[in-house]
Design a protein around this ligand. Sequence first.
Ligand code: UD1
Ligand code: UDP
Length: 359
Amino acid sequence: MKISIIVGTRPEIIKMSPIIRECKMLNLNYFILHTGQHYSFNMDRIFFNELELPKPKYNLDVGSGSHAEQTSNILIGVEKILLKENPDIVLVEGDTNTVLAGALAATKLHIKIGHVEAGLRSYDRNMPEEINRILTDHCSDYLFAPTEKSKNNLIREDIPAEKIIVTGNTIVDAVFQNLQLADKKVDILGELGVKKLEYFLVTTHRQENVDDRIRFNGILTGLKNINSEYNIPVIYPIHPRSLKKMQEFNLNANGIKIIEPLDFLRFLQLEKNAKLVLTDSGGVQEETCILDTPCITLRDTTERPETLDVGSNILAGASPKNIVDCVSLMCNTKKVWDNPFGNGKTGETIIKILQEVIS
Ligand code: UD1
Ligand code: UDP
């Protein structure tokens, strides 16, 4: 069995890392194809170095661009590599343009596709990620759904049940594999001069938030208000898209501590020890749930409803008042719930399944 593992962005590198480690440990025939959708050192290479992942065999260096430019460049590049390598299966993870283009290139070449983190739905087609999820799921052969809920989303779209396997989410593996390592290797609280439970952590980068001046300004105002009310630091490791938009819209971030995007170990440590986390990230909603840190999602919908069900997360949208109200609510919530995303062996499970079904 020859496996092609496609990655392109920060969350894909992190969430594929348990699968890559498993392939490496079992000495399987695999290669990593990086599309280069993310390319800045702290959005890309830092994770390969820190997680000790093998260097990608190919990097398409597609970089940034409009959706059509980026998706089509990935499609053309991936097709060439797949024709040359002829793998038995292509693995993609999540919902980015890299995932959609990788899956499209493979299906047209009649190469089997495994979609890791299949079946997530926000039911909001204004999000580019929602379109990517739906199309990728519908051309995949093995749909690795993290939960029963995500499996049921697929069944409702008439995807045959025999293609769907509930495996948990590889993010649990990544958190378990790296949390203790983080405590041994880094001290981000010391570096930033903050104390456990005495700061808020923020990430926001989604197109529907930061490319919209009113929504982005609403979020920043909400953050400034919680800084004044609680008088503790609000730390925001800023995604390059958001920094660019903040400058373009001339928005001010007084009262918010803006820092560079962090490596995974430092970020995990900050998440684990925060009073609470405010985010529009998908992965961060899951990680906070796994780490028993309350989360406020700066969106109107989520494709991670399991986090709402267990009570680790609440939707606040982008209005300053809602953000402040949700912070007050979540500060008084219980901080323990069951993690719905699996036992931390998802990478191993997925590889085991592939070994059984692909000769
Ligand atoms: C992409 C995904 C999003 C995911 C996010 C993870 C799509 C449609 N979106 O969004 O689902 O949550 O990755 O972080 O695939 N930039 C840099 N350096 C980089 C990468 C990006 O400076 O390494 C800047 C560029 O100005 C670029 C902008 O960020 O134009 C947006 O990058 P892009 O890859 O288009 O989308 P993301 O916002 O990163
Ligand atoms: N992350 C990180 N450093 C940061 C911010 C996030 O390592 O400064 C990690 C985080 O732990 C999670 C992943 O990046 O595993 C989430 O990526 P992102 O929010 O960019 O994408 P999304 O999950 O929304 O697709």
